[in-house]
Design a protein around this ligand. Structure first.
Ligand code: PAF
Length: 280
């Protein structure tokens, strides 16, 4: 795996892939890689495709009271994981190159980025959309892979790509989970043993509510029950919401694809998860 930190070197490496007739797939990450990221690389790997992963802890998507400074940075371990996963190129842009003095552009995706995490984390999705647009322009991939765990992020990126004619395929990859069901996240390492044991309440509460809603039970009651299970497990709940899986609009009719999303804090650690509603 080649590692590049300079935009000219990145462009030269991608041009060499294309000169060989390869398709280029991008896996954007903030590092602290886990099996969820490996699943993205594996999904991206296809015959005739070169996989580019990026690692950039993007300051623009962290709020002033969020964990930018303590966000885990593990370049050597990440790099080893990417080699093992079969990644072809690692793009590691320095922050001064991404946001040089005078950088003034921000991409805002209205609607889909406004509720849920967008309401709880003002500016977060503008930061995500801006950095992802830059990564797309830098790498010029044919396809890019994102985890469904960040379901709203995926919806925001799909909207941006459609609106701005990026002309690449966005692929959502199912959430990878620990044996007990907790969604893999770089932030899980913040949980101590007791918090980690309690955190399983999040996927369990979503699973119970999704099954209830899928079989036609009252959605408000199911959402209330999920909220209560989370509170009982020691979470502070940001939201538990039933939304349209494409637009993320609330109160979707049952004939639309629907998704149940939740965000809740265990101590200082904010966890998110989501699950599809499958009609019985
Ligand atoms: O999901 C992430 O790790 C980040 O939000 C992303 C897409 C790499 C943008 O910084």
């Amino acid at each position: 795996m080649q590692t590049v930190r300079d935009l000219n070197d990145l462009r030269a490496a991608v041009a060499a892939f294309r000169a060989d007739g390869a398709r280029v797939a991008l896996v954007p990450t903030m590092g602290a890689l886990h099996a969820g990221h490996v699943a993205l690389v594996e999904a991206a790997k296809r015959p005739g495709t070169k996989v580019v992963a990026s690692i950039f802890v993007n300051p623009k998507q962290f709020g002033p009271n969020e964990d930018l400074a303590r966000y885990p940075r593990r370049e050597a371990a990440d790099s080893r994981m990417l080699v093992e996963a079969g990644c072809d190129l690692l793009w590691l842009p320095p922050v001064e190159a991404m946001y040089p003095e005078g950088f003034a552009t921000s991409i805002g995706v209205a609607g889909v980025s406004e509720g849920l995490d967008g309401a709880a984390r003002p500016g977060h999705f503008d930061g995500v959309a801006t950095v992802v647009a830059k990564l797309f322009n830098q790498v010029t991939p044919d396809a890019a892979y994102f985890g469904e765990k960040d379901f709203q992020q995926l919806a925001v990126i799909r909207r941006m790509v459609a609106d701005l004619d990026f002309g690449l395929e966005i692929v959502g990859v199912p959430t990878q989970r620990d044996d007990d069901g907790l969604a893999l996240s770089s932030r899980n390492i913040y949980l101590d043993d007791e918090q980690r044991a309690k955190a399983v309440a999040l996927p369990r509460a979503l699973g119970v509510a999704a099954r209830a809603i899928g079989r036609g039970d009252d959605a408000e009651t199911a959402l209330g029950d999920a909220q209560n299970s989370l509170l009982a497990a020691g979470f502070v709940v940001d939201y538990v919401a039933l939304v349209d899986a494409e637009t993320l609009a609330p109160a979707p009719p049952a004939d639309r694809p629907r998704r149940l999303l939740a965000a809740a804090r265990m101590g200082q650690t904010r966890l998110i998860d989501n699950i599809a509603i499958d009609a019985d």
